[in-house]
Write a protein that binds this ligand. Sequence first.
Ligand SMILES: [Zn+2]
Length: 192
Amino acid sequence: MPQIILNSQKIPYQKRYSKRAKNIRISIQNEELILTIPKPWFFQSKESIEKRALDFLKSKTDWILKHIKIDSKKNSEWQIKNPDLQNYSRAHYLKYKEEARKLCEEKSESWAEKMGVSYNRIAIKSLKTKWGSCSSKKNLNFSYKIVFLEAEKQDYLIVHELAHLKHMNHSDDFWNFVCDTLWNKKFKRFKI
Ligand SMILES: [Zn+2]
């Protein structure tokens, strides 16, 4: 299986060619990363589409690392830098829970307004395998460990879950919504 290095972590992935796929896309099935490449390639060489597919894969690093379960023994580099991410004691959770609540409430409120979505409740939990989730009742859950991430990643997690209020899946529409929201923010100052 080919591997790609994302944030110094080796991530194995499966390459698939699809006649039905219109775009290059990534997905996770049974905890395995799948890179789907449309076929035939028409006006492009196989080489150039493969290169674009790899660039695309790299551009989705945050999403991939968020959604794939990483073997923590083999890939402990970023966790060593963040010992708080490895601490799952109840005391640790209680210590940071309110800080996380404040952060998630403030960020969710301002992002939700920009995105034109609304939610019911925000709950802060000690989630071991997930950073966040969104229920069909429009309740958002976040791991309290969000407080240990960089601001950009915090925003991404919030926007990701808020986007599920509109698209309860990981469809192209969902990703476009996430990207539009974050990009507009990032590049606003360059817009006329
Ligand atoms: Zn999601």
